[in-house]
Design a binder for this molecule. Structure first.
Ligand code: ADP
Length: 524
């Protein structure tokens, strides 16, 4: 029986979607679902989660309800299915009452195999009435990690799904899908949805065509500009943390003659969908965006994903970076690390009115994200380990794997910087420390009497920017620590002590060392 169903599934894959073979994981998930087992499918972004419910939806007798978090993407998903000739529709708040009624009638008449809804819709009285009148075969929960407080995108409306499922007349099969595989999220989903361990299908998380790189201590804007210049014909995403960063980068890149689009939650809906389209249809090769962009975006030829600032967790990072190379071609995932990004996140965590336990968890995730930037291990391996995918081997191409291992001795510069921090009694931040070291004649320096400090002018052959970059590198390497306050001051950590006493050296790989370059303008 099951074999026959799988034969039919295979046939739909070829005749409707035009693909020859199921991908790893898809087959197992579809088999489970067709056998009526509630299933949890864990697959990396781009792994092909949609087909895991779309194909069963075509083979099962009743309707499949797809719960998905983003209203803005439902139309695209439904349009794509309609192009394949699959009866699909969506119900959400963008529809007029008349349109909604019309769709309800069509659903009752059996016109659609798939109905996409946002989780809020489930409790809608009209929707509940509709469900009395149709037979439900499958409920697919897309982005199911939104149900777990441990996920990176928790949404309270997702938490009500289990209750909603319980009060249904039908007993549809449930398929939860996510790209987040940490043990806690997995355990939560299994528990909330009563899914057995043997019905949990995990597809390998390795993305061998992605090349990971962490860049520390570079002038980020300079880097992006030269990277884009080299890759003019290629499509890519640049992620930044805040809307303000996105706006600034967008404006500066546009002014410098780059054809870029922009996307963040503060833009009008129409503007956002225009930007999204321009990017998807290659009218604009590059998009600068916050993490509001990308969920559900299916663009196969994204050749690079650059992170202008640090994401808040490795889950978020891997999901965003994973939007590169969906077509299997070699692609870059580059994270530009600067220690001050940690402070932005620390600030955002502090500002959130979340309970202490949740804040503590977010700090931990941030710490793990930061460790990714400091690790000397294979980056691909580090990520896979984090997701509990153990068979990862060194990738041989990430920035750590190709690091020649040659280190440059920067002990002397580090000693000078550390003693300056100490002389200033750890009461000043990066800018003042750098100004003292280059011997700045700035008013503030005079006012505080800092020109008399013994380290004043000891790095006068350096630019202030280069010293500040070096301080960032030393912070990233754990020698210095900025305090968690709105005016962070620099402190030495225990790791800096043996360097000051001459018992330890500071060896930095060539790529992490900022050059003592000419002062650069921040604007291109
Ligand atoms: P996810 O939701 O897991 O991020 P999607 O379902 O959007 O991924 O699929 C990602 C891409 O992979 C899409 O372009 C899709 O058409 C393609 N794809 C999915 N399954 C297959 C398959 N079996 N063979 C070839 N391409 C596939």
């Amino acid at each position: 029986m099951q074999t026959l169903q799988m034969e039919q599934a295979q046939e739909k894959l070829q005749t409707i979607f035009g693909y020859e073979h199921f991908r790893q994981g898809q087959q197992a998930i579809i088999e489970q679902v067709l056998a009526g087992h509630d299933t949890l499918g864990i697959m990396p972004t781009g792994g092909g989660k949609s087909l895991c419910y779309q194909i069963p939806a075509l083979l099962l007798p009743g309707v499949t309800v797809v719960i998905t978090p983003l209203i803005s993407l439902m139309k695209d998903q439904v349009d794509a299915l309609q192009e394949y000739g699959v009866g699909a529709t969506f119900l959400n708040s963008t529809l007029t009452a008349a349109e909604e009624q019309k769709r309800h009638a069509q659903i009752k008449a059996g016109a659609y195999k798939l109905v996409y809804v946002a989780p809020e819709r489930l409790e809608h009285p009209h929707f509940q009435q509709l469900l009395q009148a149709v037979s439900l075969s499958l409920v697919a929960i897309d982005e199911a990690h939104c149900m777990s407080q441990w996920g990176h995108d928790f949404r309270p409306s997702y938490l009500r799904i289990p209750e909603w499922l319980e009060q249904l007349n039908d007993q549809p099969t449930v398929l939860a899908l996510t790209a987040t595989a940490t043990k806690q999220v997995r355990a939560d989903l299994q528990q909330y949805l009563h899914i057995r361990e043997q019905s949990t299908v995990t597809m390998g998380f390795a993305r061998p065509n992605l090349r990971f790189e962490v860049k520390k201590g570079v002038n980020k804007k300079e880097f992006i500009r030269s990277y884009l210049t080299m890759r003019k014909q290629e499509s890519g995403i640049i992620y930044a943390t805040t809307r303000k960063e996105v706006d600034q980068l967008f404006e500066e890149l546009s002014a410098a003659g780059f054809e870029v689009a922009r996307y963040h939650g503060g833009m009008r809906e129409e503007e956002r969908s225009d930007s999204q389209e321009a990017f998807i249809y290659d009218k604009k090769k590059v998009i600068v965006a916050t993490n509001a962009f990308g969920m559900g975006i299916d663009k196969s030829n994204v050749r690079f994903v650059l992170h202008y600032s640090l994401p808040r967790s490795l889950e978020a990072y891997y999901q965003e970076a994973g939007r590169a190379g969906r077509d299997g071609e070699e692609s870059d995932c580059i994270l530009l690390f600067a220690a001050q990004d940690i402070r932005t996140h620390t600030f955002l965590i502090e500002q959130s009115d979340r309970i202490d336990e949740r804040q503590a968890m977010e700090y931990k995730k941030l710490q793990q994200m930061t460790s990714y930037c400091h690790t000397e291990r294979c980056l691909q391996h580090y990520i896979l380990d984090y997701f509990g995918d153990e068979d990862g081997e060194s990738c041989g191409k990430c920035s750590n794997c190709v690091d020649s291992g040659e280190k440059i001795d920067r002990t002397r510069e580090a000693q000078i910087i550390f003693s300056c921090v100490k002389r200033l009694r750890e009461r000043f931040g990066k800018t003042i420390v750098a100004q003292v070291l280059v011997g700045s004649e700035n008013q503030k320096i005079k006012q505080f009497g800092l020109a008399d400090v013994s380290t004043y002018g000891l790095m006068k052959e350096w630019t202030q920017r280069a010293v500040a970059d070096m301080i960032d590198v030393l912070t990233a390497e754990g020698y210095l620590q900025p305090t968690d306050s709105s005016f962070p001051t620099l402190q030495l950590t225990e790791k800096a002590v043996p360097v000051l006493t001459g018992e330890a050296k500071v060896l930095l790989s060539e790529t992490t060392i900022p050059e003592a370059v000419e002062e650069q303008d921040d604007i291109f």
